[in-house]
Ligand binder design. Structure first.
Ligand SMILES: CC(C)(COP(=O)(O)OP(=O)(O)OC[C@H]1O[C@@H](n2cnc3c(N)ncnc32)[C@H](O)[C@@H]1OP(=O)(O)O)[C@@H](O)C(=O)NCCC(=O)NCCS
Length: 128
């Protein structure tokens, strides 16, 4: 995902002021989180974590939790005291991860990938 996004995508994200945290292991980026203002006007949560991704070989050892908490802290530092994160409903690992992190399901939606439409779920996190 890190390389699939490509240099242009990363440079646009940086220009727009999107928050980015990366996890570096021995000079290699093995995971990242992006975050900023909530894009969904119909949700009350002020912040949003847009993406969290860990390379498969680094998943399940606690680094995703650290990324998530660091992103929440950064959002809080910028005044975003609540946040939302969307996961594909079929992504059981991610849904479990956000639920374990204290997320509460607050909305459903769908996302089109070419000809396929997939259900997605929003998890909300309040301060504290
Ligand atoms: C979801 C993700 C960010 C979680 O990060 P992580 O470092 O694997 O998670 P942690 O080790 O901090 O926490 C583990 C918890 O996350 C969940 N989890 C999600 N994906 C997992 C995986 N591939 N391996 C192990 N646990 C996973 C489990 O519920 C686990 O809780 P448990 O220990 O009580 O079973 C990471 O697995 C990932 O990048 N997955 C692929 C991309 C993705 O789905 N991103 C989210 C899109 S919204």
């Amino acid at each position: 995902m890190i390389t699939r996004r490509g240099a242009a995508w990363w440079s646009r994200a940086i220009r727009r002021g999107t928050g980015i945290i990366v996890i570096d292991v021995g000079g290699t980026v093995v995971g990242y989180a992006t975050f900023g203002p909530n894009r969904a006007r119909n949700l009350v949560q002020r912040g949003e974590i847009y993406e969290i991704y860990m390379r498969p070989e680094y998943q399940g050892v606690g680094l995703g939790t650290r990324l998530f908490l660091a992103a929440r802290r950064e959002l809080l530092r910028h005044g975003f005291d609540s946040a939302v994160v969307w996961a594909l409903a079929e992504n059981e690992g991610a849904c479990r991860f956000y639920k374990n992190a204290g997320g509460r399901k607050v909305a459903r939606g769908s996302e089109r990938f070419g000809d396929t439409v997939l259900a997605k779920v929003a998890f909300a996190f309040a301060r504290g």
